[in-house]
Write a protein that binds this ligand. Structure first.
Ligand SMILES: [Zn+2]
Length: 366
């Protein structure tokens, strides 16, 4: 069933980090949410302050919690934040989740959100950063094969042709292994996982146990964009097939859920990322029984998204943000990770609220 709202769903989505934050805070206030805002040390392109905002609604000491994360990959926060703001504005949809505390993280990576980037202030991909840094990490030296093609001196048709030639010669699968699984060998490269816990990672480790101190069971959904069919939300988790979590998520979502470690996402992405937050929720919340998954919404075709990521990486390292090319690259980033059509936004909301209902019910039936 689709919950209705007083306003069109599209009106809860925004066009800038600041607009998104303002809408989120106003909606949280109107919903009598408890709010904690943690200031980020950096600032946005117009000098605006950046925050990770944490709003919670529902019975504060409920046994179960649904956690909704927006903006792990900065710019992808436009989608997740739209869903959060729509939910806060929709008492009927919130009530439909039953007796559960709902926690919303707006701006997991506020710097990338404001700068229209996927990465954070350190050029780190947060979903390659949630690893145990006390253990030796795989640097992914294979990345060196593509390093100079990914980050050329000048970005344009020529550099793209060279990149495409490498992919044609070595195959998409090898390209994905070199690049998308993550790397810790080139801090100026793409899908860089970092060598220490980022501000966002450290903040999450503080914030989540605090806000969930009274809960026993937690289901977390991290909302992303840029992969999969237009407007469709792929529900992806990384629990191995022999785990209780795998079985539970299967019960909750049936055939709608994809286990990435079982190769079920292979036709879209051949490389399993190392270090997403959803793979380390047990470490962040060791006292809780937790379930984590990604909701990945499709935008435009995969090749276009990957090219936009390379162009944006080049722009921030070798290019000029205040140039015609710089502005074009930023527009392409936006178009690759966020769709302006009302139809897309409605699809996002319908899938999201359905997923939250499944999560809340799943927790209740544990
Ligand atoms: Zn993402």
């Amino acid at each position: 069933m689709t919950a209705s709202t007083a306003h069109p769903i599209a009106s809860y989505f925004s066009e800038s980090y600041t607009e998104s934050r303002e809408k989120f805070l106003a909606a949280a206030d109107a919903a009598d949410a408890r709010l904690t805002s943690i200031k980020h040390p950096g600032q946005g392109p117009d000098g605006e302050a950046l925050y990770m905002d944490v709003a919670s609604v529902g019975r504060q000491d409920a046994e179960n919690a649904v956690v909704i994360v927006a903006g792990t990959h900065g710019i992808e926060g436009f989608c997740g934040a739209g869903v959060q703001t729509a939910l806060l504005n929709n008492p009927e949809a919130l009530a439909g989740l039953g007796d559960v505390k709902v926690v919303m993280i707006h701006g997991h990576n506020p710097h990338g959100f404001a700068w229209l980037r996927r990465v954070n202030e350190d050029n780190v991909d947060l979903n390659r950063n949630y690893v145990d840094f006390s253990e030796p990490q795989d640097l992914n030296e294979y990345y060196l094969e593509v390093k100079d093609l990914v980050l050329p001196q000048t970005f344009g048709d020529e550099s793209e042709a060279a990149m495409q030639a490498w992919i044609a010669e070595n195959g998409v699968e090898n390209y994905q292994k070199a690049v998308m699984s993550g790397q810790r060998i080139d801090s100026q490269g793409v899908f860089y996982g970092g060598t220490k816990a980022t501000w966002s990672n450290q903040t999450m480790h503080k914030v989540l146990p605090e806000v969930l101190a009274q809960q026993k069971n937690v289901a977390l959904m991290d909302i992303h964009t840029g992969l999969g069919p237009y407007g469709h939300g792929d529900l992806i988790h990384s629990y191995p097939a022999d785990t209780l979590e795998y079985k539970e998520l299967q019960n909750w979502f049936g055939e709608e859920v994809i286990a990435i470690n079982a190769g079920e996402y292979g036709d879209v992405v051949a490389a399993v990322p190392r270090g997403p937050i959803v793979s380390s929720l047990d470490t962040i919340l060791p006292e809780h029984r937790s379930f984590a998954l990604v909701n990945e919404y499709g935008t435009v075709e995969f090749d276009r998204v990957i090219k936009a990521i390379r162009a944006d990486n080049w722009l921030h390292i070798n290019g000029d943000l205040d140039s015609e090319q710089g502005r074009a690259i930023k527009q392409e980033m936006r178009d690759s990770f966020y769709c302006v059509k009302d139809e897309w936004r409605q699809m996002i909301w319908d899938r999201a609220i359905w997923s939250f209902e499944r999560m809340a019910e799943g927790l209740r039936n544990l």
